[in-house]
Design a protein around this ligand. Structure first.
Ligand code: PLP
Length: 395
C-alpha cells in the first residue's frame, strides 16, 4: 500500500485538495513528466489538515484552477502519516469525541484518536463483510449490553463470520475498553469483521476475524421534539439482510438522506407486502384509536433491543390504564397513518414522537401521553433499571 500512483484527475472531483503553488500559478508543462514522488514546486495538501505548512505561501483555490492538473503527493513515513491523521482529526469540529478503541488486530486498546484505524484490506472495508452493534453508557453502566451482544453474535453467525472470541471474552473486552476510556455517559460501538487478508471477494484469504470497539462521547444534547417522517422510496432490504445488523447500510443512508431532503427526520420502510416495517435505524410503534400500543412484528426487520424493552415496560402502562393492551402484528399504512400516536424507537432516538407522516398529521399533531410515558420509562430504566439491563463498568 506504500506506492503512490501518478494522479491525473479533474480538480472538480477532488474538492478536499487545495493546490499550494508558487507565486506564478500556472503549472509548467514539464510538470506532467516529473516523477510523482519527487518533490516539486507545486504540492497538493489536504485542505482540512491544519498546521501543515505549505512550502510556498500562495494558496490557489481549487475552483480557480483549470480543470485538469497533474500533481504530486508526498510519500509519507508511518509516523508522518499518523501525524497527519492526528492533525486532520484536530482540524474539524465534531460533537463526538472518540475516547478509546480496541482492535484485535493490534491486540489492545488505544486512547489516541489518530491510531483508531482499521486495515484497508479488512473484508469489512472493501466488501462490507462485517456486523456491528451498540450500547449506551449511562452513569457508568452499559445499557442492555447482553441483549445487544446476543444480537451482535447472531448477526455475525448470519453473516457467516467466525467469532474471534466467545461471548464472555467479547463482553470483557468491551467492558475493559469502556473502562480505559473513563467515559461515564456516551456510547459504545463494536464490529466483528471477517478480518484483514487480501482484496478478494471470498473471505478465504482473511486469516483471522477481527473485533473492533470504539467509545464515543457525544456532546450534543438529547432531542425529543416531535418530527415528520416520510415513506421511503428506497427499497427495503430483503428479510434475510434486514434481520441482521451488517455494515451494509447504504439503503439506510440513502433513505435517511431522502427524508432530510424532504424536511423529514426519517423515512419509513414498507415491507414487500406493503406493511409498515421500520425506519433506517429505528423501529416504529403506534397507539391506535382503541388505545392499544401497536408494533410491527420483527420477522422481516431488525429486532430492536429498545423496542423489545419498550414492549416489556409498556406492561406498566397497561396496569395504570394508560393503554388498553400491547399488540405486535402486521400493521397497514392505513392503521399507521390513522393512529392517535406514532413514535420512533431505537438506541439513538430512544422514544421520539412522530407528528406527521407524509401529508398526514398524526392524531392531534402533538406528542401523546403514551409516547411521553414510554420515553420516561426507558430513561428511568437506563438510569436505575434491573441488573438484567445494566452492566456496571469496572473503572
Ligand atoms: C434498521 C434498524 N432498525 C431498528 C433499529 C433499532 O434497534 P436498537 O433499538 O437495538 O437500537 C436499528 C438500530 O440501529 C436499526 O439500524
Amino acid at each position: 500500500m506504500a506506492s503512490l500512483s501518478y494522479l491525473k484527475r479533474p480538480i472538480s472531483e477532488t474538492p478536499q485538495f487545495q493546490l499550494i503553488s508558487a507565486d506564478q500559478p500556472p503549472i509548467p508543462s514539464k510538470f506532467s513528466t516529473i516523477h510523482p514522488l519527487r518533490r516539486t514546486s507545486f504540492q497538493f495538501s489536504q485542505s482540512r489538515v491544519s498546521g501543515i505548512s505549505p512550502r510556498r505561501s500562495h494558496v490557489v483555490k481549487a475552483s480557480s484552477i483549470e480543470s485538469t492538473r497533474v500533481y504530486d503527493i508526498p510519500l509519507l513515513s508511518a509516523s508522518e502519516a499518523i501525524e497527519r491523521l492526528r492533525r486532520n482529526k484536530e482540524s474539524y469540529k465534531s460533537t463526538q469525541r472518540y475516547l478509546a478503541m480496541y482492535s484485535s488486530v493490534f491486540g489492545g486498546i488505544t486512547t489516541d484518536e489518530a491510531a483508531m484505524v482499521i486495515p484497508m484490506d479488512d473484508h469489512m472495508v472493501h466488501r462490507g463483510h462485517g456486523v456491528f452493534d451498540t450500547a449506551a453508557i449511562v452513569n457508568g453502566c452499559l445499557y442492555e449490553l447482553d441483549q445487544h451482544l446476543d444480537r451482535f453474535l447472531s448477526s455475525a453467525s448470519k453473516a457467516r463470520i467466525n467469532l474471534p472470541f466467545d461471548k464472555e471474552t467479547t463482553k470483557t473486552i468491551l467492558l475493559k475498553t469502556v473502562s480505559a476510556s473513563n467515559c461515564k455517559n456516551g456510547s459504545l460501538r463494536y464490529w466483528i469483521s471477517s478480518g484483514p487478508g487480501d482484496f478478494q471477494l471470498s473471505p478465504t484469504g482473511c486469516h483471522q476475524s477481527a473485533l473492533y470497539a470504539v467509545v464515543i462521547q457525544d456532546q450534543s444534547p438529547p432531542n425529543y421534539k416531535g418530527i415528520k417522517v416520510i415513506t421511503s422510496s428506497i427499497p427495503i432490504k430483503p428479510p434475510q439482510f434486514a434481520i441482521m445488523k451488517s455494515v451494509n447500510y447504504l439503503p439506510n443512508v440513502l433513505s435517511k438522506m431522502e427524508a432530510e431532503e424532504n424536511g423529514g427526520y426519517a423515512a419509513i420502510w414498507l415491507d414487500e407486502e406493503g406493511f409498515v416495517a421500520e425506519g433506517p435505524n429505528m423501529n416504529v410503534a403506534f397507539v391506535t384509536k382503541e388505545n392499544e400500543l401497536l408494533m410491527p412484528s420483527f420477522d422481516k426487520i431488525l429486532s430492536g433491543c429498545t423496542a423489545k424493552r419498550v414492549l416489556e415496560l409498556a406492561g406498566d402502562l397497561v396496569k395504570e390504564g394508560k393503554v388498553r393492551g400491547v399488540k405486535v402484528k402486521d400493521v397497514t399504512v392505513e392503521e399507521g397513518k390513522g393512529a392517535e400516536e406514532m413514535m420512533l424507537i431505537g438506541s439513538g432516538v430512544l422514544v421520539r414522537p412522530v407528528l406527521q407522516w407524509d401529508d398526514q398529521v398524526i392524531g392531534n399533531g402533538k406528542e401523546g401521553v403514551v409516547t411521553e410515558s414510554l420515553r420516561k420509562l426507558i430513561l428511568e430504566d437506563m438510569k436505575s433499571g434491573p441488573s438484567t439491563v445494566r452492566t456496571i463498568v469496572p473503572y
